[in-house]
Design a protein around this ligand. Structure first.
Ligand SMILES: [Zn+2]
Length: 227
């Protein structure tokens, strides 16, 4: 197996191969130039195939997860395509979200690390600064949340947590059947939980709820009975 084929296999991005690699910054960074196997390109919004009309002069660079302690960067010159519905648009990049400068894998590691350790420790593992990590984390969560819809909710759990050494509160709503957090709202009390029922659920969805679990506070029981 040639070294390029080996790196392509290691990189594991379907439909793309590594055409060159170089170490920079005293072997601390690994830069990989990738190209597609085939010439077709798809629209990032509707996934239709489109005709390639232009290739960017400047390559774009994406940060990937570190390998063997080295920072990894992907280099690729995306092409512009003509989509029947969306006009001239930059082709879909399968390893990263639109406009993102890191790969999906990188974002995924970021979310997993940050859910189990401090941001400082996560930044150390991913070899980025803490401020960059914090920005990235917020952007990723906002983007992921945009596609988040509540479906098939029948059993809900409501509880509150305190943060900032007990000075601030957040109300959390769970989907108990799927063991998932559905919503987190700043504050506690009736006003906060009402915000969930009004903004996040339709009238139909509210009717579908058959069981609810919360502590004995009048606030939550009152809200659940009301809604
Ligand atoms: Zn399109």
């Amino acid at each position: 197996m040639s070294i390029l084929k080996f790196i392509t296999k290691l990189l594991n991005i379907k439909g793309y191969r590594v055409v060159s690699f170089s170490f920079l910054d005293w072997y601390r960074e690994l830069w990989l130039e990738v190209k597609p196997h085939k010439n077709g390109a798809r629209c990032p919004i509707c996934d239709r195939r489109g005709k390639i009309v232009h290739k960017l002069e400047q390559p774009r660079i994406w940060r990937d997860i570190p390998v063997c302690g080295k920072k990894v960067f992907l280099v690729y010159r995306p092409r512009e395509i003509k989509c029947k519905k969306h006009g001239r648009i930059q082709e879909n990049i399968p390893w990263a979200a639109r406009h993102a400068r890191v790969t999906y894998r990188f974002e995924y590691s970021l979310l997993i690390y940050c859910s189990t350790m401090t941001q400082k420790a996560a930044a150390g593992l991913l070899k980025i600064s803490t401020s960059t990590l914090s920005d990235m984390l917020h952007r990723t969560i906002t983007r992921v949340r945009q596609g988040h819809k509540i479906r098939g909710l029948t059993h809900i759990g409501i509880d509150e947590i305190s943060y900032c050494k007990g000075r601030k509160f957040a109300t959390i709503v769970y989907d108990l059947k799927r063991s998932k957090v559905l919503w987190v709202g700043q504050g506690k009390g009736r006003e906060t939980i009402d915000r969930f029922f009004v903004n996040e659920l339709s009238k139909y969805q509210r009717k579908q709820i058959i069981a609810a679990c919360c502590d004995m506070s009048r606030t939550y029981i009152g809200a659940i009975e009301h809604w």
